[in-house]
Design a protein around this ligand. Sequence first.
Ligand code: PLP
Length: 440
Amino acid sequence: MKSNPKFDEFCCFLNYTTLTQKSTRKSDGSDNRVWTYTMAQDPTPPLTPDRLQALNSIPCEEAPSPGYVIHMDRLEANCQLLQSVAERSGAKILLALKGFACHSTFPMLRRYLSGTTSSGLHEGLLAHELFGKEVHVYSAAYKPSELTHLNRFAHSLVFNSANQLAKGIEILGNSRKAELGLRVNPEYSEVETELYDPCSPASRLGTTRAALDKALSNLPEKLLNQLHGLHFHALCEQDADALEHTAEAFEKKFGDLIPGMKWLNFGGGHHITRPGYDIDRLCRTVQYFRDTYNVDVYLEPGEAVALHTGVLIVTVLDIVEAGGHQIAILDSSATCHMPDVLEMPYRPSILGAGQPGEFPYTYRLGGMSCLAGDVVGDYSFAAPLSPGQRIVFLDMSHYTMVKNTTFNGVPLPAISLYSSDSGLNTVKTFGYEDYRNRLS
Ligand SMILES: Cc1ncc(COP(=O)(O)O)c(C=O)c1O
């Protein structure tokens, strides 16, 4: 069939948007329905043809299975886009290590990004040892020993409450080197999944204005004078409209504290490298705060750095039949190797596979652990699957290798890098010792 550019454009639009019907009651009691298009919150936005082609070019048969392969050219393209955002907006962009910490890629990443953000001592040490540049840290709570260690090399330490801030200042005393920040909760969020909403009314992450004011009444006067920055993290896989709205809410609640700050940190969750992301709006929002308050602005994406840059290669070990399903057992596991599939939950895409029934042969793909629900999802294929055959899960770089477990002794996937210039390079394999050494 000849491609119709208008039709392709329309399909692309539908892929990235959701049509929702908002129903409001008129004063006479009748329904007033309005159809609105909103940005989809699909955790795996469809790959554009060039991204798909890049991942398809990885020589998957040559890589270990199970194994992640990071496409370095795609990772560099994401970093170049982030660098251009930094140049246009003046924002400093940090890699959130919680999302992507594949440190064999750090020599390339550090050419484009200002540094990293860590969630505590171990990520901080990794950042200091292997990434360099600016090392920022936020933790929901610090142990005194962690604080003193981090203070030796951290650029900033962000505290979760006024009490933690006061305690931190006391612990560090005159040896304090790091700049100090406070994470606040703007109590505004457009995140629909509760598990990922850091700004819900009962969230423990960040201090609300009411909690801050209450805590300050029992703390040394001028505590906030010691602060260098304010931090909020309220987004998850979102576009710049959500950032703009959240930043407005932040300014309403905490605007009086901004003068005198050196920096603001707008957290992560910015899906900047997603096709169709509104970069102009992001830049406008950053520039507004930089110009109005004369502050530096940090963004700390994890997912956007690694979005659409890697695959997980697995092998079919057996096919069983149960409950009317053909079930392929893989040498991998949702719970061990792609836990967000079960936590979020979502259904990752597979190279060359479709929705159940779309192609002639439909299978349920299951993991090798004992967990009954260790199921990735139902997929259809053009040809029957058979033991020994490989399957390639798409978009598997972020929140996978950082979250892996060896539950059931399931081996950890190898890690390989691929680039069109250097080909495939397996940088890490795991064995029995890795399982044994985590236990004692
Ligand atoms: C404080 C903070 N910063 C940054 C991030 C990175 O978010 P993302 O990977 O969605 O960009 C997170 C993710 O949970 C976070 O909690």
